[in-house]
Design a protein around this ligand. Sequence first.
Ligand code: NAP
Length: 247
Amino acid sequence: MDMLKGKVAVITGAARGIGREIALTFARNGAGVACIDLDLGGIKEVAEEIKVIGGKSSSFKCDISNSGEVEEVFASILQEFPQIDILINNAGITKDNLLIRMSEDEWDSVLRVNLKGAFNCTKVISKHMIKKRQGKIINIASIIGLIGNAGQVNYAASKGGLIAFTKSVAKELASRNVNVNAIAPGFIRTKMTDSLIDEVKNEMLKRIPLAKFGNPSDVANTAIFLASTLSDYITGQVITVDGGMVM
Ligand code: NAP
């Protein structure tokens, strides 16, 4: 499979979970991959795995919520790769609490990473894609951004904001041949969901029509479609990957 042959993808939060799986899937499909994460050890391991596959990959430690760091990192990526064709805004965090107990820091930090982080990366890369007159931007949102969730007002607001951001950027960049879409995963098995207690997981399972949790590969397979020419006529959309939870 060479769906992304010759393309270069930047993936945030690539050290583990969904981001890692997207990085490996893209590399298997011929893309060069620039991995961004706070966890440098983690992305270096991913880069090693990509080398074994025979692909090109580089690792960049960066806090995506810091606009200065993001600008520097994208300049470094463009020294190593000839161009950037695909951006996956994947890095995200949760700091769950009920609204009345939620601290200002729990609110701010989630919005800063999940929403401002995507803004920082998209702003820098858009300038490059506009000049090239091509690009694919994929934002990893969440079904929680569509339906809300008790105990996650900060996360829901960040992901709902990311969906609105996706549609607005899609409208701004469409005339420059840049497609901007979002994926809204449901319950995917990663470190983020591992920490949930069995009771919550069992309750969740009852609400999934396909009666099983998703894997990072389910999201990566959707990302590869949105990053490839197969989706050239699709922009401003949100694709749920959730076993049918939201329909
Ligand atoms: P994960 O396993 O927690 O991985 C997230 C990665 O992002 C970690 O490597 C983390 O690094 C990195 N990261 C966090 N803050 C960062 C920052 N400021 N700058 C750079 N990197 C940062 O998460 P996941 O489950 O794979 O989720 C990936 C995305 O999918 C997230 O946006 C999440 O909201 C979304 N999503 C996940 C699910 C699910 O069920 N898993 C469902 C819906 C949506 P550190 O470990 O060093 O902090």
